[in-house]
Design a protein. Structure first.
Length: 439
């Protein structure tokens, strides 16, 4: 991923230095376990850890130079470590295969990346919660198909987003558990040349679970589930981003991204204030989702393993996690500084002459004895006059002059159907469902 959409902490997880450091820890822990089993000398494990204690700089260029000859990344790494440690290093990798190192390392990297993403999620949830309570009772119009429907509150909109991202967090916690497994099981997963006790030791040291059964690789259905989860989170990011983009349209302008002093919206038009951050989030969401299909296709490997998945994961693992980390942080910033315009929300609510109250009138007429079909036609014929007048006419006035209405409803009863409070009577209960009773 390019630096423009990257944050240093997440990028560091995918650096060659980090990858080689994890490889070393896997090899050293395995050698330590082998020594306890009497398979290799204790001095071999001691030599590895003694060298590591000096905090050596990992010479990525030197390892790459060896790989240019060997055409094998793990062998290149083992060769370089042996050059640093000396003769005792010959006991590394006893009974192991390359995927034991590669797959276990990927698990560690994905776990670390997920911990950052979970922290991002907590930060986003906190800011959405704060803004939801700030606007818990701020009236605004609810829309279906982009058309005015019935009144809601802006806090209600944000509470929806909170609940969605809370579900996303739960999915991410499950995905972390799904991906956090260790496989040190040898060439085809049968432990023919290495004890399961070695795998258990490495898993414990790295904070991973034991893979119940592997082939030469950890089964890729785990990775497919993980990246699918990232894709769902990306879609939730886009959903909230699109809401902001729609609300910022000039004709709506109920909310907009913060526009900083000195910021410019257009190279040609000085008046422009564009939703560039949320448009960017829509694009980033597409990038994260682009990892999902390749991850699903990686599940079907030949027999005990081929490497068709390898090149894919070298790209999608860093790109998807780095991009999602950036997107979550950006969205939190957008919500935190979002400019909200309650007066414009009220103006838009009033824009169509009270049409947003049509269902209440329909229900009142049916409760007064009219059939649903007849009541619907009465309200609709008046509502269409308001619609066609572009809100110049008022639904309340037209209904008050319609004898089919007035024979069923008094003026005071009609008036009572055009207030906002009725629509918000359950907001407290909804907030309690979303945020808990101690909200």
């Amino acid at each position: 991923m390019i630096p423009r959409y990257s944050r240093p902490e997440m990028v560091a997880i995918w650096s060659p230095e980090t990858r080689f450091s994890i490889w070393f820890e896997i090899e050293a822990h395995a050698t330590e376990a082998l020594a306890k089993l009497g398979v290799v000398p204790q001095s071999a494990a001691d030599a590895l850890w003694k060298w590591w204690a000096t905090k050596p700089a990992i010479d990525v260029a030197a390892i790459d130079a060896i790989e240019a000859v060997t055409k094998h990344d793990v062998i290149a790494f083992l060769t370089w470590v042996a050059e640093q440690v000396g003769d005792e290093a010959r006991f590394m990798h006893q009974g192991m295969t390359s995927s034991d190192v590669l797959d276990t390392c990927l698990s560690v990297q994905l776990v670390r990346a997920t911990d950052i993403l979970l922290a991002d999620m907590d930060a986003l949830l906190a800011v959405i919660r704060r803004r939801a309570f700030e606007h818990k009772m701020t009236p605004t119009i609810g829309r279906s198909h982009g058309i005015h429907a019935e009144p809601v509150t802006f806090g209600f909109k944000l509470a929806q987003a909170y609940a969605e991202f809370d579900r996303c967090k739960a999915r991410l916690v499950a995905a972390r558990a799904e991906i956090a497994t260790c496989a040190i099981s040898g060439a085809v997963g049968t432990f023919a040349n290495i004890s399961p006790q070695v795998e258990a030791h490495v898993a414990e040291k790295l904070g991973l679970a034991i893979e119940p059964i592997s082939t030469q690789v950890i089964p890729r259905d785990r990775h497919a589930m993980y990246f699918a989860t990232l894709g769902v989170i990306a879609s939730s990011i886009e959903r909230l981003a699109i809401e902001v983009r729609h609300l910022q349209r000039t004709e709506v302008l109920e909310a907009e991204e913060y526009f900083a002093p000195g910021q410019k919206g257009s190279s040609a038009m000085p008046h422009k204030r564009n939703p560039v951050l949320t448009e960017n989030l829509t694009g980033l969401a597409r990038l994260v989702r682009s990892a999902v299909t390749p991850a699903l296709e990686n599940v079907a490997l030949w027999h005990e393993r081929d490497i068709s998945h390898s090149s894919v994961e070298r790209g999608i693992a860093p790109d998807a996690t780095i991009t999602l980390d950036f997107a979550l942080a950006r969205l939190a910033g957008v919500v935190d500084k979002l400019l909200v315009y309650p007066e414009r929300m009220q103006r838009n609510l009033d824009r169509m002459g009270g049409l947003v109250h049509s269902q209440r009138v329909l229900l009142a007429l049916t409760q007064a004895g009219g059939s649903r079909e007849a009541s619907y036609l009465i309200v609709q014929r008046n509502a269409m006059k308001v619609w066609e007048s572009d809100g110049a006419l008022q639904l309340r006035d037209l209904l008050g002059a319609d004898p089919d209405v007035t024979k069923c409803l008094s003026d005071s009863e009609l008036d009572s159907l055009f207030g906002l409070d009725h629509h918000f009577g359950s907001i407290d209960a909804i907030f309690e469902r979303v945020f808990g009773s101690a909200n």
